[in-house]
Write a protein that binds this ligand. Structure first.
Ligand code: KG4
Ligand code: ZN
Length: 348
């Protein structure tokens, strides 16, 4: 990439059920430097075509249906992003695309489209890890990041604790040993028959419930590592539901509030434990579950109480989007388009 102070990156994301494109402008510290600090990333346009309504009737994402809809949406979404940003392809410096982890056929749609655009427009292209991009969503907060930081990545497929040593050096220090936190929200919503995706519905219903009504398991909350387990919590809700004679709206709200409280207690206490252990100066959160209000409030309060900086992207930048892919693209070396391959199981 040329050593100029302004770089425009086109991000493309299609790893699950959102087709997204974004244009992000990055300003480096000085005209001769490509080093940036958080706060110099500006979203010129971000477009997300959600397939939630399509998959709702199946109670989850159907991979074949998702891929077909990505095919339908991808070019309109890219061209809408360009039009919104009033950017001609000639002004783009780099293309960044999610190549994993995710659903293989969904990933292929974004990746092959990005490769064609890179070839046709003669642009450098880079391969982005979706989870790393969730982490980089924190660079869009506009805050200066003090390192080392601990980032909690909580999505539908992952629950990871990452030690962020600097802008480009990360180390995974913990992960779920079974279900991801978002998966637990989705499965609990499924067993309560309240709809899909579970996270936003549970947090909405929980507002009218009592978080102390049921004392659900908080697996591994006191374990001496930074791993998580959510399948026991989900089973704890299942056994409680099976024992109940009837489930009215008040009980549903109590179940949602109590489940949400248990999940958030585990997520926040493990994150704090990691921050203290690694003497972190900053705590960051990201991924779909980081859109959860209670998680945001609780994590912020705990971080502040411990005298740590706290960052969280806007809720819309916690769930899948392409602006975070573009930010990750800024820090990633280009690859020849001929060599770009999807990797559905790519670990961070
Ligand atoms: O990051 P994301 O959009 O996609 C993946 O990479 O997985 O995360 C989706 C997950 C789903 O499991 C969804 O239920 C959860 O994030 N989620 C939430 C909330 N909004 C989305 N979970 C809890 N509370 C929310 N408000
Ligand atoms: Zn995601």
């Amino acid at each position: 990439m040329s050593k100029k102070n302004k770089t425009i990156i086109l991000g493309i994301e299609s790893s699950c059920d959102e087709t997204a494109a974004a244009l992000v402008k990055v300003e480096a510290d000085s005209p001769r430097s490509t080093r940036v600090v958080a706060g110099r990333f500006k979203i010129l346009a971000g477009v997300v075509a959600s397939q939630i309504k399509i998959h709702q009737k199946f109670g989850g994402v159907v991979p074949e249906v998702a891929a077909r809809n990505h095919v339908k949406n991808i070019l309109p979404v890219v061209s809408q992003a360009l039009a919104k940003a009033k950017i001609k392809p000639a002004k783009i410096d780099k293309i960044a695309v999610t190549t994993g982890p995710g659903l293989i056929t969904s990933l292929m749609v974004g990746t092959e489209t990005a490769k064609v655009l890179a070839y046709a427009w003669k642009k450098p292209i880079c391969s982005i890890n979706h989870l790393k991009a969730h982490l980089y969503a924190n660079w869009l907060t506009g805050e200066k990041i003090k390192f080392p930081a601990i980032c909690l990545i909580v999505s539908g497929g992952h629950t990871d604790l990452i030690l962020v040593k600097n802008q480009t050096t990360f180390k995974k220090i913990g992960q779920t040993i079974d279900d991801a936190a978002g998966e637990a929200f989705d499965k609990v919503a499924q067993l309560l028959k309240i709809g899909y995706p579970g996270g936003p519905i549970i947090s909405q219903l929980a507002k009218k419930g009592n978080p102390k009504a049921f004392n659900f398991a908080r697996p591994m909350i006191n374990s001496d590592n930074f791993n998580f387990s959510f399948s026991g919590l989900k089973t704890s809700v299942l056994y409680t539901v099976q024992k109940l004679k009837k489930i009215d709206p008040k009980i549903t709200a109590d179940l949602c509030a109590s489940f949400q409280q248990a999940a958030i207690d585990v997520l926040t206490s493990k994150t704090m434990k990691a921050a203290i252990n690694y003497q972190a100066k900053t705590i960051m959160i990201s991924g779909g579950v980081a859109a959860n209000k209670l998680l945001r409030q609780t994590m912020e309060a705990k971080a502040k109480k411990a005298g740590l900086n706290f960052l969280m992207p806007d809720s819309a930048l916690c769930t899948d989007n392409a602006a975070m892919i573009a930010v990750a693209g800024y820090f990633t070396k280009p690859t020849a388009w001929q060599k770009l391959r999807v990797d559905p199981n790519w670990e961070l």
